[in-house]
Design a binder for this molecule. Sequence first.
Ligand SMILES: Cc1cc2nc3c(=O)[nH]c(=O)nc-3n(C[C@H](O)[C@H](O)[C@H](O)COP(=O)(O)O)c2cc1C
Length: 217
Amino acid sequence: MSLFRLDASIRTEGSTSRALGDIVEAEWRAAHPDAATTRRHIGVEPVPATAWSDSVAASMTPESERTPDQSAAAGLASALTDELAAADALLFAVPLYNFGVSQHFKSYVDLVLTDPRMAPGALPATSGKPAVLVTVQGGNYSAGSPKEGWDHATAWMRRILEDVWQLDLEVVTREFTLVGVNPALDQFTELADELKLRAEGQATRHGRSLDRFPLAA
Ligand SMILES: Cc1cc2nc3c(=O)[nH]c(=O)nc-3n(C[C@H](O)[C@H](O)[C@H](O)COP(=O)(O)O)c2cc1C
């Protein structure tokens, strides 16, 4: 058994998405103490911004005519896909930035989608694998809140992971991580504490069930 884990937070200290990811991973590891984990810290070691366009160009160019940059980009897309294909379970921890998807996660996904095994229309190498998406938000975008509808990341990530990559996905969400950091949000302290506990409970549950068998393709 093996786990693939991706973290997209741009910080390594105090990261709430990493903390929730750690809970998921610990629950999975309890059942597989000696199993391998492959990690990508794309918030601090991003895929190169030019890799996606180079890999798209490579896909339309015979191998012998590719530039060195195109060959390197196609090689990176292939290596990233190998990591996903080899894993039995997958964990993605991705914060909300500027009301949208983390640019690092978008670059990563775009590059993976250039590999023929993950291209839209193919049966993806990830099909049916159990996966958890942890997502955290400094604010709160729930129904009825003043900024309802401003989270433009979660729906896209679900589309990619659930529908395009066909993962058997569970989602852990923690809102209001900036309560206690931004004094303007102090009035929400009690609610934020509840939301933190709820997210930790989700992470524990979904971490345990990450051990389930893959769905048939
Ligand atoms: C540059 C930047 C932009 C952010 N934009 C948003 C945002 O649009 N909406 C939001 O709710 N939180 C936003 N946040 C807050 C983060 O989502 C929050 O701090 C989250 O906890 C970060 O993940 P981490 O704790 O794993 O590092 C932003 C944070 C940073 C650093």
